[in-house]
Design a protein around this ligand. Sequence first.
Ligand code: ARG
Length: 596
Amino acid sequence: MKNFILILQEKIEKAFEECGYDKQYGKVINSNRLDLCEFQCDGALMAAKQYKKAPFIIAEEVVEKCKNNKEFEKIEVVKPGFINIDVSKEFITTYCNQIINEEKFGCNMEKDKTVVIDYGGPNIAKPLHVGHLRPAIIGESVKRIHKFFGNRVIGDVHLGDWGLQMGLVIEELKFRHPDWPYFNENFDGEYPKEALFTVSDLEEIYPCASSKTKVSENATEEEKIKANEFKENARKNTAYLQEKKKGYYDLWKKIVEISVKDLKENYKKLDVEFDLWLGESDSQKYVKQMVEKMQKLGIIYESNGAMVVDVQEPTDTTEINPCMVLKTGGVSCYQTTDLATIMQRQIDFDPNEIIYVVDKRQELHFIQVFRCARKSEIIDKDAKLTFLGFGTMNGKDGKPFKTRNGGVMRLETLIKEINEKVYEKMNETKEIEDKEKREISEIVGLAALKYADLSNQISKDYIFDIDKFTSFDGKTGPYILYTLVRIKSILNKFNETSSIKENRILEPTEDIEKQILLKIAKYSQVLEESYLENAPSKICIYLYELANIFNSYYQKVKILQGASEKLDSNIVLLTLLKRIFENGINLLGFKAPEKM
Ligand code: ARG
């Protein structure tokens, strides 16, 4: 099925051609002044240059050709040569009646593209904090949108489990528990089945270890030496780990096991799901092969003990440093694991695209990695590598979001605060029991959080404003849900006593009804744009506009009254709206409660 606007455009293109002009000038866009017209075409202004003719005359010729088309209710020229269009009620109604039977709302599907989406990116032994919110929320939505369009999609959490932070945690554990069998070279028994530590222990250990590597400016010589020693040991531990040295590797496995279990629970609370739980460490087995490939191609060389590949390109306006493939001593670093992971994904999935949902401050890293991957031919030359860099969630002071006492806020705490806020708001509703209110506020709270995040352009920073996000009015998740719940309750009321006879929408009699139909017809266009541009924000805006129109309709039209044919038509319309809202929020990654 074609998008409504495209069908319309084809008619205008044809008219341009019939008047002897190139059809490229027949482009139709949605009007942003609905008080003037529904659609517009500005092509005559552009055509004027090529044909050396006044735009107004060109537009008039084109309009003349369309005058008798039954698709248009109004088509007119406005100075200096705009073509303003209103479509006929019949045209829009017929189109919407077709959507009723379209499972995908008339979207044009992709055919079996394989897409790997790398999102989440939590680090082992560190708690999930607000910084992990955006990749999870955005990645989940982008993944769902790609799945909707029929792609084979693989979401990979890509755990940070192989870097220096692991060496630091191990060093601190060794300092606290030198007696543990993991650190005894001569130990040849079985390591403990049950972990000797909890997630909370780990969460306290990492910052402690990390602080031991830092010294203040006026530190004594002794303190400096101590810090250096600690860091050096952590580095050694990391190298041992990467060699899978007995004891170290076993301890690491336990740390990963405990952390992953906790991470899974946390992501579940966010309704975020991964197909793969691989980590940086899983790429280690490809490192040797990858480096050999680079050697064969003659692109890798030694520089200050490290192994690097040049990635500067002649068109660069700034200097791009060589990509470090291995650190001194052959130790893997962040670039190593990302490169080897590309190789792994190529071998395992032969993807058409890999999308990275990562903090935009890591852009340079990915420029280096992508270029190096192409140069070393570890990725198919036609595969796309996409960096979807996101901005920071800031506090009201414009700085990265912190707790009241300046610490990094844990994700759990943030979610609790939002749920609590929604619960407070719901307290005004007397009819719902307290226990249910709690459950509903969890659903609505998550929607508030996700909608607030996704309604921004991905690359932009945004300000976390709990009062604004949880408001039941305005561009918020709760407002969208409130509207959907309203639609559902009307439908339930109808379904309790009757059923529809004919599954079709009648031509609108009120202006507001036509506006709803126009909005419905736009859905497939919005979905396609949000897919092609990886932009869930387009769905957010659309749902907000649709909710606004529906709520005006609800004020004006007695939905459950009137002649039976009209009543049926209203119910069919509401059922379609419900389907669109449910589909939209599902693509954004949240659900609606039954009541609120
Ligand atoms: N763990 C990384 C971090 O905390 C994010 C990982 C992003 N994904 C990737 N393939 N590098 O910064």
